[in-house]
Design a protein around this ligand. Structure first.
Ligand code: ADP
Length: 336
């Protein structure tokens, strides 16, 4: 096992600090204007999805809006995540994991998986549509969120983590770019491509894929260390700590120009909060404290329930969903 990991870390160093590798040729061809879901049991005639605008491209998938005409003449909107039916073996593996795990998830803060089917030479995942981009886009646009907004999103993400861990699922790739915003600006965790079912012993393939394909900013140091076992699910808590820091300050704590440097700083917990005089935003002691608890050694990190009982959450205001919707959905206002 050991040589594998040594090689992986060495390779990972050559990756750019923030962008996952993307090979255009592995993306699926442009979909036709209408795609047909083959008839299946419980459904005599196959559904026809009208393909709308492109939502985004990932490492090996392209997402489009898809409209399904309902009986009463309305249209229901979905996200169609499209991948080539024939993929290189490694990607096929990633995709199979994603399908198996994502299809079993049912939680208000996880992108709802509806079904998957093949049409022509592509595979389509029908997913709940998140029309407001990712948390990363929003945090960049707003240059950080207010503490009440950070509470709102952190509680939602912690709830989704609790749900996944309760089902024995570790996400392993939680980051702002994988958290999408639904029509009401609720957070929905998506992209289960690196998720793993918690089993005893480590799945080397998954670790390899995490170090090679994941963005290094969010990777917990123990993933890169040898011989640590037994607290695997705590990598998601580490990522939540990074996400909270990034929501508060608009950049991840260990951001550096090389992957090597990011890993080194993460291992040493070498991060600084912006100086209050230099920053327009005040960051409370409670916020700093709760983040620090999540960036400890795996066995010391709090579980999701403990996190949301921290003073940061208990003694501060948490906005209602309606307040978040009106405050954030149309930001920045037209014309700004
Ligand atoms: P990959 O697994 O290849 O990384 P992603 O799941 O990240 O692909 O999807 C690629 C892009 O498609 C995302 O960055 C996002 O812009 C968009 N996207 C993915 N899922 C949804 C969704 N449910 N609703 C809206 N847009 C989505």
């Amino acid at each position: 096992q050991l040589p594998h990991r040594v090689v992986d870390v060495a390779k990972a160093k050559m990756l750019p600090a923030s962008k996952p590798v993307q090979k255009e040729k592995e993306l699926p061809p442009q979909p036709p204007p209408v795609v047909y879901e083959p008839p299946s049991f419980g459904r005599k005639d196959g559904a026809a999805y009208q393909v709308g605008k492109m939502l985004g491209k990932g490492g090996f998938a392209v997402c489009y809006e898809g409209y399904l005409a309902t009986k009463n003449g309305n249209k229901r909107k979905y996200a169609l995540k499209i991948v080539r039916s024939k993929m290189p073996t490694k990607m096929e593996q990633k995709f199979q994991t994603e399908l198996q795990i994502h299809s079993k998830m049912n939680h208000q803060n996880i992108v709802q998986f509806l079904r998957a089917f093949s049409f022509e030479s592509s595979t389509y995942l029908v997913l709940e549509l998140c029309p407001n981009g990712s948390l990363m886009d929003m945090v960049k646009r707003r240059k950080g969120l207010t503490e009440p907004e950070v509470r709102f999103y952190s509680v939602q993400i912690a709830g989704a983590i609790k749900y996944m861990h309760g089902k024995g699922i570790i996400h392993r790739d939680l980051k702002m770019g994988n958290i999408f915003l639904d029509k009401d600006m609720n957070a929905k965790i998506g992209d289960f491509g690196l998720a793993a079912l918690l089993v005893t012993g480590k799945d080397m393939q998954t670790i390899r894929r995490t170090t090679l394909c994941g963005t290094p900013n969010y990777i917990a140091p123990e993933i890169l260390e040898k011989g640590k076992k037994g607290h695997d699910h705590m990598v998601d808590i580490w990522s939540l700590g990074i996400i909270m820091f990034a929501m508060l300050t608009s950049k991840p704590p260990f951001q550096s120009s090389t992957t090597d440097e990011i890993y080194r700083r993460a291992k040493n917990r070498d991060y600084e909060w912006p100086k209050s005089e230099a920053s327009s935003k005040y960051i409370s002691q409670e916020a700093k404290e709760v983040v620090a608890t999540m960036l400890q050694e795996a066995e010391l990190r709090p579980d999701p329930d403990t996190i949301v009982q921290h003073d940061f959450f208990v003694s501060g205001y948490v906005p209602t969903s309606a307040e978040i919707t009106t405050r954030l959905r149309d930001y920045p206002p037209q014309g700004e």
